[in-house]
Design a protein around this ligand. Structure first.
Ligand SMILES: [Zn+2]
Length: 122
């Protein structure tokens, strides 16, 4: 719960981004606490998230329309990472991303491993 509270600033950003992405479905779940938002379009994406099927910002999971098997499980691992390392998680993630790239960073590795889904990008 403390993690959820500390992450509120990110969660608010996540909810705002959900709103501008034209939400079509909203659900709240526990364990980990997460707002699950289905949106029409990630029209604002750039860079490495361009082909993302889902994005996690704080305790908000934003899903696009091209979801695949195990994507939900994968994104919930990222929410757990936020819960484990509140406030600093996005900073840790970006440091790791800059050092190792997307595919080999330990946060993605954990998410792919625990969710059992496969990275299909290049
Ligand atoms: Zn991921």
């Amino acid at each position: 719960m403390i993690g959820f509270i500390l992450n509120i600033p990110y969660t608010i950003v996540g909810l705002v981004i959900s709103l501008i992405s034209i939400p079509t479905k909203l659900e709240f779940r526990k364990n980990p606490y997460a707002f699950m938002v289905k949106v029409k379009k990630f029209w604002w994406v750039f860079g490495y998230v361009k082909n993302a099927r889902a994005v996690v910002i704080g305790h908000v999971v934003i899903f696009g329309s091209n979801l695949e098997d195990k994507d939900l499980e994968h994104e919930l691992i990222h929410v757990e990472q936020y819960q484990r390392m509140p406030l600093i998680q996005p900073i840790l993630y970006y440091i790791e991303l800059i050092r190792k790239g997307y595919k080999n960073n330990k946060y993605e590795d954990e998410a792919y491993r625990k969710a059992g889904n496969i990275y299909k990008g290049k």
